[in-house]
Structure formats: C-alpha cells, structure tokens
Design a protein around this ligand. Structure first.
Ligand code: AMP
Length: 364
C-alpha cells in the first residue's frame, strides 16, 4: 500500500545502500537478504559487512563523485554508524531517500546538541554544562558540586573520551588529558541500572518498541543485555514514551536506540528515568532480538527504510546477550558446542583488546 506521501514499498529485488561496513551493517545486510532485498555497502574501509553484501564500494565519505555513483545503484540509503558526516548524508538525501534523517546524525554526533535537544522535549537528562576551556571546566565542576564526567562533545563512543571528576579535583590536568576538546561536563548519575529502549518508526510515523533490555557495561563497553529487565511496567511505559517523543521530534524512520538510566524505586515515579544518549541506528543492546523475536531490530530497520509494514516486535523467549570482546571469541568452538547458545561471529580477522568480535545469545 502507498504510504502517506504516496510512496510505494520497495519491492524485493530492490537495493538498500548502507553507509558503514561494521557488524551492524553486516547484520542489516543479512536481514535484508532474508527478505530478498539487496544491499550495497559504502565505506572508507572494508569491514564485516563487505563479506555478506551484494555490492561494495570502498571510497571516502567526502568523495562526492563516488557517493553519486553509489546513489545511482541503490533505491534508498541508510547508515549503520552515527559518525557519518552530516554533509555526506545531505548530499545523498538530495539524490534519493535517506533514512534515518540527517538531523538525527546532527543531534547524535554532538553531546551538547543531543542533551539540549532531548531536554527541550521535556525528557530528563543528567544536569550538564558546556565546557570550552580549563577555566570553564573549573567553574562548571564547582557549580555542579557533585561527582561528574567530562565527555568530549564529538567522536566519543564506548566510554572513549571521558574522564571522571570529583569536586576539588585538578581541572587543569583533566582539561589537558582530554586534549582541550570542546566538552560537556555532566553529573555522574547514581543509577540503579541501565536500560535501553529500541523503537522502530515507519514512514507514516507508526511506532513499535521492543521490550527494554537491562544493560551492563564494563570499561565503557556493553557487556550484557538481559530481557525482561525486571523493572515495573509503568516505568517501562514511561521509558517507551520518552523514546517515542524523541523519535517523533526527529521525524525519524528506522530503528532508534535510546540509552537510559533508571534511578531506582525510591525516586519519584515521574523522575525515575534519565536519557544518557541516543544512537540513530540499530544497537548492540538489541542483538538478542535476532534470536528471541519473530522480527529482529535489523529486519525491522530494513522494513522501515524500504517502506514495508513493520514486523512484530513481540518477544517469544527471555534472553541474555553477551558480547564476545577481543580474545573471548577464540572460545567459539566451546560456545558452538553449548546447547541453546546462539553464536554470532562478525568475521573480524584480528581479535584486538576491546574489539567486539561477536556475541552469544542464550534463550531461557
Ligand atoms: P556513554 O559513552 O555516554 O554511553 O557512556 C558509557 C557508559 O558510561 C554509560 O553506559 C554508563 O555506564 C557510564 N556513564 C556515562 N555517563 C554517565 C553519567 N552521567 N552518570 C553515570 N554513569 C555514566
């Protein structure tokens, strides 16, 4: 059926262009293949997605001629990482549909823009301040007067570009250690647990959500996601509502991940949740949906960007997803022998420390 703008869904045999060649692109390409949809991966570097796509282009994100040639071979474009330059997304969006919208990249790429955008929607975030110098850092830490985290505004991920601070700490040294980058200082939230909300929104604004996993991080990297997360239904409905508000404000199409802190049952019901950050893409904390849901986050993202009806986000099993980081993936043989373990390996050659090599989902 045509959507509100009169556009028809892309038929099987169409090609979706994906910017980025990581494991998320790989799992998107695999989901597309299941629907008879082709994929063309575009990235500066070859990566796990190159092994499973219909076509690949290795070229720079600033290379307008290569981007235009890529656009001529695909029907719609999406992306699998949030550091795609906004100018690249806008160049492509002028040639053909690109989902999620470039605005989502703009918001997610800069922690200050992101926190300002989210808090203006009435969605709670940790108290924060923009910091552009050692003096501003000193003043902001004194004002917050609480344990805090200094984060670079741009290009930080998996806990990189972050320094913990307490009132009275040497802010000149912290400013030097972070390399003098523009930053935000935010209060360290005494959270009881972390969760994420994964919503998928179609071209008509119809939204569906997966059950929210409880997430545990180690060294700033996601270690484990567990569903159900055990939080009260009312809190989960609020979490979903906050994520839906962000998706609607971005006029979003595709899967959006919203990472949140839960402050515990002692906090007033309306103030129990705070948004940490958004990821305008499929997300590591949703990998369990491949094995525990009829339609995974990857397939639903493909469906949304291709204008298809969304699939059911219902979960048929309880699940625990554990990332295989660095050398942990060398245990693939034992994992493969474990009854009920769903093993996913990303085909990365080198098992470097801190590198996500695969994940295993155990259904319960
Ligand atoms: P981020 O890069 O912002 O996703 O941060 C990575 C992880 O650091 C989060 O998942 C939290 O575990 C922790 N973290 C980040 N910001 C805060 C905060 N304001 N308060 C407490 N923990 C935080």
């Amino acid at each position: 059926m045509p959507d509100a703008a009169g556009l028809r869904p892309l038929p099987p045999g169409s090609t979706i262009g994906i910017l980025g060649s990581g494991q998320l692109g790989r799992m998107l390409a695999l989901a597309a293949a299941r629907l008879g949809v082709k994929t063309h991966i575009y990235c500066e570097e070859s990566g796990p997605a190159f092994d499973v796509a219909t076509a690949t282009t290795k070229a720079g994100f600033e290379d307008k001629a290569a981007l235009t040639a890529f656009a001529n071979t695909v029907d719609v474009v999406t992306y699998e990482f949030e550091n795609v330059p906004v100018a690249t997304a806008e160049h492509l969006n002028a040639l053909l549909p690109l989902h999620p919208p470039p605005k989502a990249l703009e918001v997610a790429q800069d922690r200050l823009t992101e926190k300002t955008f989210i808090s203006q929607l009435g969605v709670p975030v940790a108290p924060f301040a923009a910091v552009g110098s050692a003096a501003e850092l000193g003043a902001a830490l004194a004002r917050l007067n609480a344990p805090a985290i200094l984060k670079t505004r741009r290009m930080g991920y998996d806990g990189k570009g972050q320094i913990g601070l307490k009132p009275g700490d040497d802010t000149a040294a912290a400013w030097a250690a972070i390399g003098g980058h523009h930053c935000v200082l935010e209060q360290r939230v005494p959270f009881a647990c972390e969760l994420s909300v994964l919503v998928v929104r179609d071209r008509n604004g119809l939204l569906a959500a997966y059950d929210s996993p409880r997430n545990t991080h180690e060294n700033g990297i996601l270690r484990r996601s567990v569903v159900p997360c055990g939080l009260p239904d009312a809190d989960l409905m609020l979490a979903r509502d906050l994520a839906a508000r962000i998706a609607a404000a971005l006029d979003y199409v595709g899967v959006l991940a919203v990472e949140m802190f839960h402050l515990g049952p002692q906090a007033p019901a309306a103030e129990r949740l705070m948004v940490n950050e958004i990821a305008p893409r499929v997300h590591n904390s949703g990998h369990w949906t491949i094995d525990a849901c009829g339609v995974s986050q990857f397939e639903n993202h493909i469906r949304a960007v291709a204008g298809w009806p969304l699939g059911s986000t219902a979960r048929h099993s309880d699940a625990e997803m554990v990332n295989l980081i660095g050398k942990e993936a060398l245990a693939w043989e034992a994992l493969a022998a474990e009854p009920g373990a769903c093993v996913h390996l990303y085909g990365k050659r080198e098992a470097r420390d801190g590198r996500k090599m695969g994940h295993v989902t155990r259904l319960r």
